[in-house]
Design a protein around this ligand. Structure first.
Ligand code: SIN
Ligand code: CO
Length: 399
């Protein structure tokens, strides 16, 4: 259990301590947290990615046609050549979707559940490049790649914080700096949601942003309400035992209270919450995302594993499981094993006897032949895996 082990990339804090004292509350700077990550992807690699049709990329020019000009990708090599020497930033979202080995770095934050992950964004900026002082809705671990970036952190912001006008970016007018540090390759800075931050490249610099989303409660509520409507149909309010009213024109507080109580009773079904929330939270980041599967025979799967291939979860898919049998029961089973598996908004059936395998697959980004050893002689397990690989949810990576 890592919960109480000090982690070097959290500056020696345990996950329990970090979550208690920092997560969603205050920033944390850790020097040299991920020294080997810094050189993983070069600016050239990033610029190549930003030329792909399917990749979400943006360019921000501080002194563009307008102040803080925002351009959307994909971009061409020519466009990159025409950029000024300084004061611009290239941002590429979801680099983890294209580079499973980079996605593996998310394992360092495995003490936060997968459904909270947004993506790994990566930026490149020459000297002076910045996206301006701003705040995000998400929790983010910023990891410095190459070069140096000066980070200033400021006040807690919200919708009322004054913003710079005339730009599509949400740049705040003032940052009340109380933290001012230069990050070097491999340094990590955790920034909680709502905290003003302003990073300026001191020279050619890349930054990896491990972003964690928080779903909007209103969106969750909408989904729960839809599920209740589907499952309960039209349930009418009841007012048996009502007292005579003295003001027939009045909608009384008591009536409102009674309706509220009955509506909350209708909503107050834990099984329905799981059935509503799990598919929503497993929807992929990009709604048009379609996994590409491989048709492999069981023998091909076993041979690839024997030859050292890793079984990888598709990094662009979202996968989670619940351990509550939502159709019959509302209490979690005691062994933590999945009752229902959700991938990209859909439930994926599996034979109940494979629950431990499903857990292994859904809890890990990749697995070795050794980790799968107990399942390789199990024809039903390999055949289920074969179907999953064909759907593109997992793939064999021989590199
Ligand atoms: C950047 O990488 O330049 C910006 C990251 C952020 O502020 O969230
Ligand atoms: Co930010």
């Amino acid at each position: 259990m890592i919960a109480n082990s000090p982690l070097p990339h959290l500056g020696g804090l345990t996950p329990t301590e970090f979550l208690r004292d920092y997560w969603q509350k205050k920033p944390l700077l850790v020097r040299n947290a991920f020294p080997e990550l810094a050189y993983r992807l070069s600016p050239e690699d990033l610029m190549e990615l930003a030329q792909e049709e399917s990749v979400e990329a943006r360019l921000i020019l501080e002194k563009g046609k307008t102040p803080w000009e925002l351009r959307s990708g994909p971009f061409t090599a020519k466009q990159f050549k025409q950029l000024p020497k300084t004061h611009w930033t290239l941002l590429v979202q979801a680099v983890d979707h294209y580079l499973p080995e980079l996605a593996d770095y998310l394992d360092h934050f495995n003490f936060i559940p997968n459904w909270r992950i947004d993506d790994i964004m990566m930026s490149f900026a020459p000297e002076g490049g910045s996206v301006g002082p701003h705040y995000d809705q998400y929790d983010v671990f910023l990891v410095q790649g190459i070069g140096r970036r000066r980070w200033q952190l400021g006040q807690h912001c919200d919708d009322t914080t004054p913003r710079v006008q005339g730009t599509a970016l949400r740049i705040i007018e003032n940052i009340d700096t109380h933290f001012d540090e230069e990050l070097h390759p491999g340094d990590l800075l955790y920034v909680p949601p709502g905290l003003a931050h302003y990073g300026v490249a001191q020279n050619d610099c890349t930054t990896y942003s491990f972003g964690f989303r928080a779903p909007a409660l209103t969106e969750l509520l909408e989904r729960v309400a839809d599920t209740v409507l589907e499952q309960e149909g039209r349930v009418l309010a009841s007012d048996a035992g009502r007292s005579p009213c003295a003001q027939p024109g009045l909608l009384t507080i008591d009536d409102i209270e009674q309706l509220r109580a009955q509506m909350l009773t209708l909503l107050n079904d834990r099984a329905q919450f799981a059935q509503a929330l799990a598919p929503l939270l497993s929807e992929p980041k990009y709604s048009d995302y379609e996994p590409q599967g491989d048709e492999l025979s069981p023998d091909e799967i076993l041979a690839a594993l024997a030859n050292g291939a890793l079984l990888r979860r598709d990094p662009a898919s979202r996968c989670l499981y619940t351990n509550t049998d939502t159709s019959t029961d509302t209490s979690p089973n005691t062994n933590g094993e999945p009752d229902t598996l959700y991938i990209n908004g859909m439930t994926e059936d599996f034979p109940p006897r494979l629950a431990a395998l499903v857990r292994l697959l859904a809890d890990h980004r990749h697995l070795t032949a050794e980790q799968l050893a107990g399942w390789q002689d199990d024809a039903e397990a390999i055949s289920w895996l074969q179907a999953q690989i064909a759907l593109g949810h997992w793939f064999l990576d021989a590199d």
